[in-house]
Design a protein around this ligand. Structure first.
Ligand code: COI
Length: 354
């Protein structure tokens, strides 16, 4: 398929202070778009000015949420060049989500090529300051205008870019997490593993309640027993427990995080043992009290490696370690971001320099 680059109609004003960017608020000059229908397949691939879409009010995505997305980042390196982090993994996961949501797969190489072209064209939007990056959001929506509940025959795939600073207001500062035993995110056999908007919409009720009580995020427990850790709002989660790193297994209900995958590799290289098993909420409470739980951290593209300072379960709040960022968490944050920003050698071929 050919990729058409259309002229830019109107460049936007640049954000004034790139260290104060709010996650996902500003968008660059351009976007990528391609369309699908059953007869033609994917077609009309183009890079055009960032602009609103016209959607039929009956478009299936607006009624039954047939939608998927991805999140990856472009980083500014010390020599000024720009690098993507494991972008091919995001393309593969995009297609896995597409299959789960009965949406058409994309040509992974083509979409990655289009993303690289887009980032090259909007390269001056990739921020330079420490901790900043360009967040890339590939998305697919069902556009067919019909109210029958069925997989759509028409789709739009698009990619938008947003210069970002740290995801959490406090930067790399320990977050406070509320453990929910009332609401669940995903049950076995559901769509928990797919990166689909509905999973996030369903999480809002609990996260709003958590925010009202002063928490940063919700930790979800398994749907059946409400006892075992699954994941946190926008991150996978790891615990340093009894000297081993414990993290929930990929069994269909949690996101197969690319940052999770990368961090587990780095942990193995540090010589630490990893147990992919679901830690119980009792182990968190008891482990924090006895010192068996030394550190906890979330991993995610947006959140990077994010220390957890406190967990609250029912009416009990426990502090992890001394409440500050742990040594392992900091080491992983520094190593991962060092590789991403081109300051530490990339021995795994994770970095794709444009
Ligand atoms: C990401 O880390 O890229 C995510 O998709 C989380 C997002 C919902 C903010």
């Amino acid at each position: 398929m050919e990729l058409n680059v259309l002229p830019l109609t109107q460049p936007k004003p640049r954000p004034t202070d790139e260290t104060k960017l709010i996650f996902g608020r500003d968008f660059t000059d351009r976007m990528f778009v391609m369309e699908f229908d059953r007869d033609k397949g994917w077609h009309s691939a183009r890079i055009q000015s960032y602009q609103p879409f016209t959607l039929d009010p009956a478009a299936l995505v607006l009624h039954y949420a047939q939608e998927i997305f991805e999140g990856l980042k472009a980083f500014r390196r010390p020599d000024g060049r720009i690098a993507l982090f494991r972008p091919a993994d995001n393309m593969t996961r995009f297609n896995r989500s597409a299959r789960r949501m009965c949406m058409p797969e994309v040509d992974e190489n083509f979409l990655l090529h289009a993303i690289k072209e887009l980032v090259r064209l909007d390269a001056d939007w990739v921020p330079h300051s420490e901790g900043t990056s360009l967040y890339i959001r590939p998305t697919m929506i069902a556009t067919e205008p019909v109210l029958g509940v069925k997989p759509a025959d028409q789709y739009l795939c698009y990619v938008i870019l947003s210069p970002v600073a740290a995801y959490y207001k406090g930067g790399v500062a320990p977050v406070k997490i509320w453990i929910s035993d009332k609401y669940v995110r995903a049950a076995a056999g559901g769509t928990g593993e797919a990166k689909t908007g509905g999973n996030y919409a369903a999480s809002l009720y609990a996260s709003t309640e958590a925010a009202e009580r002063g928490f940063d995020q919700v930790l979800w427990l398994d749907a059946e027993q409400r006892r075992y850790v699954e994941e946190v709002g926008s991150m996978n989660i790891c615990f340093l427990y009894d000297g081993k790193v414990v993290t929930s297994p990929l069994k269909g209900t949690i996101l197969d995080g690319i940052t999770r995958r990368s961090v587990l590799t780095l942990i193995r290289e540090l010589g630490l043992e990893i147990e992919e098993r679901a830690l119980s909420v009792d182990e968190i409470i008891e482990g924090a009290a006895t010192g068996r739980l030394k550190e906890a951290f979330g991993t995610g593209t947006a959140a990077v490696v994010s220390p957890v300072g406190q967990f609250t379960y029912r009416d009990q709040t426990v502090t992890v370690g001394d409440g500050n960022t742990g040594e392992l968490t900091m080491k992983l944050y520094q190593t991962l971001t060092g590789i991403q920003y081109g300051k530490i050698a990339d021995r795994h071929n994770w970095v794709d320099v444009l």
